[in-house]
Design a protein. Structure first.
Ligand code: SF4
Ligand code: SF4
Length: 290
């Protein structure tokens, strides 16, 4: 693993444990150890007064192509993995999405292998989901907002019966700050060092992911249902640096082109190397021994 603790210097005070953003430092018996979830950020060094933490011999694997193929292969993913990278301006050679388009629709294009990276902003967004994914809200008049709600969100066949139902449900989820002016969305294969990855899974694949993630962190992965796909899948992993799975709403599922048995899982990118390493140590190690 990337960073290691010198057991001769460590006094097991535990002060590094809660300061690792990846929950990569754990107590095992009398020892404090750094696990495969370490992504080399170096934060923990500043919390150890014994200078017991240092760089190990290996480095965390943050090569997006390698991680992309490892996940596709180990989880037998039929669909593509979308990656999101926050930025204020589009990088060279990445076109700006003119819209109107839905964030979930762009994800659906990537999942189906038909979407090349685009820079998506609130200006191109055709719904309020742009605020849910951290790129700010659409500028619209009250009349335009009401018309959009009535056409796409409220009423028979849509997600909410009334505006009050929508507002009550929305209040359950905290509001998240605007992260940047836009976000690059494309296949993980093409986007280096993204902030988040999101992809469709079935129940079996989610079991494998949960087993691997829980192995070192000791944490379960929470799932959300009942609100829009963007709100349930994106803000929490970004703000809390934890994976979630989400069922999505009717519209989001349609635009993402999810099959009935599919839902999405969203991971902070820096947790992906640990996930991949632990898929080998948990799911595959067991199969080899059977
Ligand atoms: S992820 Fe960062 S804080 Fe956590 S163990 Fe690794 S270097 Fe330390
Ligand atoms: S802060 Fe340093 S001494 Fe304390 S548990 Fe962590 S590595 Fe050990």
């Amino acid at each position: 693993m990337a960073f290691i603790i010198d057991q001769n210097l460590c006094v097991a005070c535990g002060s590094c444990i809660g300061n690792c953003p990846n929950r990569a430092i754990v107590r095992r018996g009398n020892k404090i150890v750094i696990t495969s979830m370490c992504s080399d950020c170096g934060t923990c060094i500043h919390y150890c007064s014994m200078e017991a933490i240092g760089k190990g011999k290996s480095k965390a694997e943050l090569n997006n192509k390698k991680l992309y193929y490892a996940l596709k292969d180990k989880l037998s993913l039929k669909k593509d993995i979308a990656a999101m990278k926050y930025a204020n301006d589009p990088p060279e050679r990445v076109p700006v999405e003119e819209g109107p388009h839905f964030w979930c629709g762009i994800c659906g294009d990537v999942f189906d292998g038909s979407g090349s990276p685009v820079f998506f902003t609130a200006r191109a967004s055709s719904c309020g989901g742009c605020a849910n994914i951290g790129i700010g809200g659409i500028k619209s008049t009250k009349e335009e907002f009401e018309a959009a709600l009535n056409a796409q969100v409220i009423g028979e066949g849509n997600l909410y019966a009334t505006k009050e139902v929508m507002a009550t449900g929305r209040s359950i989820f905290p509001r998240y700050p605007k992260v940047s002016g836009g976000v690059i969305i494309g296949s993980l294969e093409e986007i280096s060092m993204p902030d988040l990855i999101i992809f469709p899974v079935n129940g079996h694949q989610m079991c494998m992911i949960s087993t691997a993630f829980a192995f070192d962190t000791g944490e379960v992965i929470s799932g959300y249902a009942g609100k829009s796909a963007c709100l349930m899948s994106i803000p929490f992993p970004y703000v809390a640096n934890k994976p979630v799975f989400a069922i999505g709403d009717h519209g989001g599922r349609t635009f993402m082109r999810l099959r009935d048995e599919e839902f999405v899982v969203c991971f902070p990118y820096r947790l992906v190397p640990g996930l991949v390493a632990n898929l080998d140590r948990t799911v595959y190690a067991n199969e080899q021994h059977n």
